[in-house]
Design a protein around this ligand. Structure first.
Ligand SMILES: C[S@@+](CC[C@H](N)C(=O)[O-])C[C@H]1O[C@@H](n2cnc3c(N)ncnc32)[C@H](O)[C@@H]1O
Length: 533
């Protein structure tokens, strides 16, 4: 890659660019080598730009390949989520009566001596010691309001004592004005700011506005990290610059140590915006938009939100109930930019009959309630739900998709017999569900790899099982080759998932299964003489 610029080392005319970021120039390989120790810390395949609507956002400075790790960084700050049961302030896991001891200095519960000495715990420990009396927490397992202050307090500590981290936090978006309008600012003022300033006696150090700005920084930039039970929240520097899209081209995961890892989920071209999905990509459009507005204070108008059919998947559509009509109802748009604005009426794409938005919402709420009440872990109940509601919902509807995903993860795992315990129809049903879901996820959320990885893992098992049932070694050989291909794709999608989470465990199992399939294929090859590759 060559193009004119000044050498990063000697400032002479240079025609070579760094292959990692395609931003920095060098006049020679020697100068590139000499600069690498410094440049590697900032060498990323993106640059930060600014726009009136998005604020800062990231753009690829070169083509980025599917699966490439774009960014890995440790948190600037981490702490408990705003609403939480008491957790250890050293490691973030839930505290129970029998697994804690109060910190000897400040009284906040921790789960071990190591956690008491954790650098993460210093801020609240130091502020508690300074105020002159220990904290006493004696109820566990239920939400404890005192913890609301911890993550904000940890940021404020950076402001007072650690200016390097604070400078990075201070640059982040806080949406104070929007939070004032929504009432969230006032709620944080009473629940967090007044508590922090009063309880820790910090009125001489921080103003209420300063605390409230930090509340905003945590709300807008905090990522829920599922590595602990319950999850904790963490703020990352460069990751905070990723814009949101409902069909994002990047996805995030975490390392076992708590760093965030952003991976490329599609083939990204130089100049494309880099995006992650701030919400659940498998929610319907109205719910995603509402959630983004409530939590991040913007109305999404990405290409998926502006297309009511969601790329012709009809993910939010209802079946027309007008006589024998086979059409689907959708509103002409899901784009409303005001909480008080109502969605327009829904219209059938075949017979043009109209249903009020209120009626459709009522129907969706009732089905949603049934979904919530569905007994967890019972494939029979899930199948009944699908049978009842496929009469009302488009086949790809998000409620059906939700239940189908659960079903793929349940069927064949409900008892000791595993997949061999299912009758043939059920194995075939599970295979069809997995195939359908994998396709749908690829269209709606191409960057989403975790869920597709889990679905493909289940799919490989059904392909192998159906091959085994055929009883014919040639058929089995063919099926195992197919299963192996699907499994390799699943492993590729899950390879960066942390070992402590279900996805990481499935990844490990996938690698084991690939080896086992190879052994069976070898044996089949020896017996029937077909190629093992
Ligand atoms: C984590 S920050 C992202 C970085 C931010 N743009 C900045 O300059 O600091 C999230 C905020 O960025 C803006 N944003 C992100 N994605 C957006 C989108 N698709 N449409 C509109 N605003 C968006 C919203 O203001 C949102 O609250």
């Amino acid at each position: 890659m060559s193009d004119e610029g000044k050498c990063e080392v000697c400032n002479r005319e240079a025609t070579q660019k760094c292959g990692g970021c395609h931003v920095v120039h060098y006049c020679s390989k020697e100068h590139q080598k000499a600069d690498w120790k410094k440049h590697r810390k900032v060498c990323k395949p993106f640059k930060i730009l600014n726009d009136e609507k998005l604020g800062r956002y990231l753009v690829a400075t070169r083509d980025i390949k599917l699966g490439e790790v774009i960014l890995q960084e440790p948190p600037l700050i981490w702490g408990p989520t705003q609403v939480t049961v008491p957790v250890c302030l050293g490691c973030g896991t839930a505290i129970k009566e029998d697994n804690y001891k109060p910190c000897t200095k400040c009284g906040w519960p921790v789960c071990s001596e190591i956690c008491e000495k954790s650098p993460s715990h210093i801020p609240e420990c130091q502020y508690t010691v300074s105020k002159g009396s220990k904290v006493c927490i004696s109820t566990f397992g239920t939400i404890h309001p005192t913890y609301q202050c911890i993550t904000v307090l940890r940021c404020l500590y950076q402001k007072q004592f650690l200016s390097d981290i604070w400078k990075k936090l201070d640059r982040l978006q806080s949406h104070c004005e929007e939070r004032k309008i929504s009432g969230k600012y006032e709620k944080d003022r009473i629940m967090v700011a007044q508590f922090i300033l009063g309880f820790f006696k910090l009125r001489n150090i921080f103003t209420e506005e300063e605390v409230l700005r930090v509340c905003g920084i945590v709300t807008i930039n905090g990522h829920e990290v599922p590595l602990t039970t319950p999850s904790h929240v963490a703020i990352y520097e460069s990751t905070s610059m990723f814009e949101h899209r409902c069909s994002a081209n990047c996805n995030k995961t975490f390392t076992d140590q708590g760093s965030i890892l952003i991976k490329c989920g599609t083939h990204i071209k130089k100049g494309e915006h880099l995006s992650i999905c701030y919400t659940d990509p498998l929610w319907g459009t109205a719910n995603r938009r509402h959630h983004l507005y409530e939590s991040k204070f913007f109305w999404c108008s990405c290409e998926r939100c502006t297309d009511p059919t969601e790329f012709s998947t009809y993910f939010s559509a209802m079946r027309c109930q007008n006589g024998n009509c086979t059409g689907y109802l959708l509103p002409p748009t899901f784009i409303i930019n005001n909480v008080n604005e109502k969605l327009p009426d829904w219209k059938c794409n075949k017979c043009s009959s109209v249903s009020s938005a209120h009626h459709m919402q009522d129907l969706l709420d009732r089905i949603g309630q049934d979904l919530q009440d569905l007994p967890k872990g019972e494939s029979r109940a899930a199948k009944d739900f699908i049978k009842t509601y496929e009469k009302y919902l488009h086949n790809n509807h998000y409620y059906l998709t939700d239940v189908r995903f659960a079903l793929t993860q349940l069927m064949g795992h409900e008892d000791q017999r595993g997949l061999p315990g299912l009758d043939e129809d059920d194995v075939e049903l599970k295979a069809r569900l997995c195939q359908g879901l994998s396709k749908l996820i690829q269209i709606l959320a191409p960057g989403e790899t975790r869920m597709r990885g889990l679905v493909l893992y289940e799919l490989h098992a059904t392909i192998a099982e159906l091959g085994r049932r055929g009883g014919d070694p040639h058929q089995l050989t063919f099926a195992l080759h197919e299963a192996k291909k699907v499994l390799q794709e699943a492993a590729e999608l899950l390879k960066n998932e942390p070992a402590c989470l279900q996805e990481g465990k499935v990844y490990k199992q996938a690698l084991k299964n690939i080896k086992e399939i190879d052994v069976v294929l070898m044996t089949l090859h020896t017996n029937i003489g077909s190629s093992p590759s």
